[in-house]
Write a protein that binds this ligand. Structure first.
Ligand SMILES: CC(C)(COP(=O)(O)OP(=O)(O)OC[C@H]1O[C@@H](n2cnc3c(N)ncnc32)[C@H](O)[C@@H]1OP(=O)(O)O)[C@@H](O)C(=O)NCCC(=O)NCCS
Length: 137
């Protein structure tokens, strides 16, 4: 039986495999700082003591928009995909954003991630016409 819960200190080692699937790199996140940060909502999906899903809502203020959020790092373990868990996780993040009176959720996703795009469209996300830029520092 799988359940969604908030990230806890000590979860980081159990998440390394998931992040390899998402990024190709072994990432040990700083769970203590994420847990302490009220504006970084990190959810995990737990099943039989393993963590099989992760997703986060990062909340910040924009002067002209008030509080907005980004969804980051949504991932369901390869053996657990296609069972509705990704949908359940993103719906919970949206629900938390509504509870916190967030006016908009943004996210970016590589065009090759077709399953993710279908999921986001199904949940009501629209594509911006504007381009997204980044500067690596
Ligand atoms: C994208 C991802 C999070 C979806 O999670 P999931 O648990 O597999 O998806 P769900 O079972 O909840 O499916 C929800 C909807 O997503 C879409 N979807 C899921 N898998 C799909 C696939 N392989 N092909 C096309 N659409 C798919 C469908 O619209 C589906 O709804 P439906 O079952 O009613 O048709 C998961 O596949 C994943 O972790 N992929 C690798 C990492 C990734 O791309 N993360 C997103 C970064 S932006």
């Amino acid at each position: 039986m799988s359940k969604i819960r908030e990230l806890q200190i000590g979860d980081e080692k159990k998440l390394v495999g998931l992040f390899v699937t998402l990024t190709g790199k072994e990432i040990l996140i700083d769970s203590a700082s994420s847990v302490a940060d009220h504006d970084a909502v990190c959810l995990v999906i737990e099943e039989d003591d393993a963590l099989i899903g992760f997703g986060s809502l990062i909340i910040h203020k924009v002067p002209t928009k008030g509080e907005v959020a980004r969804i980051e790092d949504v991932i369901i373990g390869e053996n657990h995909q296609g069972k509705g868990l990704g949908k359940m996780l993103v719906l919970r993040l949206i629900e938390i954003a509504r509870e916190r009176k967030i006016s908009k959720i943004n996210l970016t996703s590589n065009p090759m991630r077709t399953a993710a795009h279908k999921l986001y469209e199904k949940l009501g996300f629209s594509k911006y016409d504007t381009d997204t830029f980044f500067l690596s520092l």
